[in-house]
Design a protein around this ligand. Sequence first.
Ligand code: FDA
Length: 392
Amino acid sequence: MSNNHAVIIGAGAAGLMCAISAAESGVDVLVIDHANKAGKKILISGGGRCNFTNMYTEPSNYLSQNPHFCKSALKRYTQWDFIAEVDRVGLPWHEKKLGQLFSDNKSQAILDMLLNRCDELGVTIRLNCTMETVSQQENGFILNTNQGVIECHALVVASGAMSFPTMGATDFGHKLAKKFGLNITETRPGLVPFTLDARDLAPLKNLSGVAIDAMVSCRDMSFRENILFTHKGLSGPAILQISSYWKPGQSVTVCMLPDIDLAQFFKDAQQNQPNKQLNTVLRQHFPERLIEAFCQDFDLSKPLQQYKHKDLTSIAERFQNWQFIPSGTEGYKKAEVTLGGVDTDEVSSKTFEAKSVKGLYFIGEVLDVTGHLGGFNFQWAWASGHCCGKAI
Ligand code: FDA
């Protein structure tokens, strides 16, 4: 095989996008993946309808040791560029909420869009291909795989990271970066449910499946969305978002129904409807199971006029200033992303080429760039993939 071509390791979101933009520039591209199918994470994403981008994508939606690194690519390939591509092939889409754009059809439609474009451009995708060794030679790289030896002038690592190993995720990219002397920042699961220890979980055991609107805060970060009680702890979009900012031992604060000042609401109700039971007032706002779990030691059956202000404030605080320390997270098995990764100081933000290894590129989740929940991670995959593809 000629070595005047690029090899992309990983037929996921970033790898396929990179293949398309490189092939559009005339590069001969081979994409290899150890999985038996391309784009498995695209298929399971967004509950099966791929939340493919977010209308409000900004650099501030990303976590990285260097928050400036993502700016250039996000500016050069924006959410509108991806939307234009989706429109070009006539795929219907809709905004669900908060700028999150989903395919009207199954996620397969987005994957097919990418695979069809690869096909039109003559990109070769080789599946079930596992890497044995990768070494550098004078004008590029030589890969020993279970399907023979492959040479290339540019090698793009788009192999993602460790989240959701059942979908083929591995630490291959990080290991390869280390082998070439690149630094890896500390990695941990992100966008992941919290677990609680047995003592904290006990009063919540009947709540599994209950969801409620909340503001969730940790350190100086807050997210407003639903939280969901699970049989292991907490999940739901607001919890997943804050999990990316949480470190073991830190406390998390939950304010349920943040639009209402509950203490004031109780006091007003006490004045206006003194004979109404506290229970009835609470049920206007919270599911029965939640009230039972959070007020186990309170008699809620009395008329409002019989409660002291201090008791009403204390009940309000249980819902609006609930603090807990997660015992941990559900780990990479359930994490949507991996935080940390190839240190962005090692890579050009324009081309994604490693500064110290000519011809070696890193894109997508393998890098230390992690988006918030809501289509931001795919937007990073598209943007980094596109910009790298134009550079190889
Ligand atoms: P990605 O993981 O997509 O691709 C890497 C590829 O490399 C895979 O095909 C893998 O098989 C291959 N590979 C790995 N190791 C290899 C090796 N050793 N040799 C050869 N190939 C190898 N984001 C979003 O924006 N909107 C959403 O709706 C969702 N939903 C969602 C749901 C779930 C359940 C998860 C787990 C994740 C999401 N995400 C998401 C996150 C999103 O899926 C993720 O950010 C991107 O897929 C990252 O794209 P990459 O191409 O970098 O990696």
